[in-house]
Design a protein around this ligand. Structure first.
Ligand code: SAH
Ligand code: SF4
Length: 359
């Protein structure tokens, strides 16, 4: 269900924009649809035909996304396995410090070699309603101030729905625009479309390598934009919007943690309006990649800092409960759900406060 379809169906029964906005405000903030305001009960404001339609709408919206299971992490995060109306499963993550990470697709066509989500290709797009519904589920559990589109899927491959969701969250949902984060491997459509929106989100770019050939190997179906060109486009976006770019670098032992890459990052990012987030690889049994030793991560962070690149280390939230993108779903699909979730990592590994979300 797209948000525009919901708007249209309410308009068809005689609701005016102000009525529809009231219903959307209640929904996106996690309240019953007929909540009204402090000063005005909904019965004194919403037309009768709309009030009569609300119970059915409430039920339909609740059916968009339901929590199938919840896996609290040790860091204050919680991974939610979310079931959509057709039985498909996606992951949302409640992040520490009032954030939520939502999915935009079931599966993903980019097929990054290190990511569980990309393993089966794209299964289907999520509607804008299904994305907002994940935020609503989160808001019913905790306050939410920040929404990152960093769950399953590549937002640029479902850009109309993602932008529709962002638009509603940044208006009726009362979220600050810079607290809505669009995470992408980089696609020209992103740089064309996002600046034209009423609600302009912050941008996270998954870079992972400064070497074009290695990047093409790791992200096989990402658009072939040269890393230097990608950084140039992103820098324009950052200057236009006033929000720094959050670069993401999933750090894999022996793959993209070399001195050559450090030099490449310095060459591309020093002096840029940007933050480099190193995300030590969240190891999964299904793939042969490993995370680098903690000493190596620390040394890399220090060197980047010293050479003028603002760098943080972020651990994927809830990594003790299969925190990597798509890992929880893939385990369930493999029929493994009854097994207690096994801690994947030794404790005390995080370098900095654990937080895969963005400031
Ligand atoms: N498709 C978008 C958004 C979803 S993926 C994108 O790629 O930006 C969000 C981030 O999760 C990406 O930066 C990806 O590199 C990272 N990621 C995926 N699997 C991971 C794993 N096992 N360990 C650490 N980071 C992972
Ligand atoms: Fe898709 Fe992002 Fe996973 Fe790559 S890292 S396969 S783009 S979800």
């Amino acid at each position: 269900m797209r948000i525009e379809q919901i708007r249209q169906s309410l308009s068809d029964i005689g609701a005016k924009d102000c009525h529809i906005d009231r219903v959307f405000r209640a929904w996106t903030q996690g309240f019953p649809l007929d909540r009204g305001t402090r000063k005005q009960a909904s019965a004194d404001f919403l037309p009768l035909a709309l009030r009569q339609a609300l119970p059915r709408l409430e039920e339909a919206l609740a059916g968009l996304a339901r929590i199938r299971s919840e896996h609290p992490g040790e860091d204050g995060s919680a991974r939610l396995l979310v079931e959509l109306a057709d039985g498909q499963l996606v992951e949302s993550v409640l992040l520490p410090r009032e954030g939520v990470c939502v999915s935009s697709q079931v599966g993903c066509a980019v097929g990054c070699t290190f990511c569980m989500t990309g393993r089966d290709g794209l299964l289907r797009q999520l509607s804008s309603g299904e994305m907002v519904a994940q935020v609503v589920l989160a808001r019913r559990q905790r306050p939410v101030r920040r929404v990152v589109f960093m769950g399953m899927g590549e937002p640029s491959h479902n850009i109309d729905n993602v932008l529709e969701a962002i638009n509603l969250l940044g208006t009726a949902g009362c979220l600050g625009h810079k607290n809505l984060v669009f995470s992408t491997v980089g696609d020209l459509r992103v740089f064309e479309r996002l600046p034209q929106q009423r609600v302009i989100p912050a941008l996270a770019i998954s870079l992972h390598s400064t070497r074009a050939e290695l990047r093409a190997e790791l992200l096989p179906r990402a658009p072939r934009i040269d890393p230097a060109e990608l950084v140039g486009l992103a820098e324009d976006y950052a200057r236009r919007t006033g929000y720094p770019i959050q670069y993401q670098w999933t750090l894999i032992d022996g793959v993209n943690d070399s001195q050559e890459e450090i030099d490449g990052i310095v060459r591309l990012l020093s002096g840029k309006y940007a933050i480099m987030n190193l995300i030590p690889y969240n190891t999964t049994e299904a793939l042969a990649y490993r995370r680098p030793a903690i000493e190596k991560v620390t040394a890399m962070t220090r060197e980047l800092h010293a050479r003028g690149v603002r760098t943080t280390v972020r651990n994927s939230a809830g990594q003790d409960v299969d925190g990597g993108c798509g890992q929880l779903r893939s385990r369930l699909e493999a029929g493994d759900s009854e097994k207690p979730l096994r801690p994947l990592l030794r404790k005390n590994l995080p370098l900095l406060p654990n937080d895969s979300g963005l400031e």
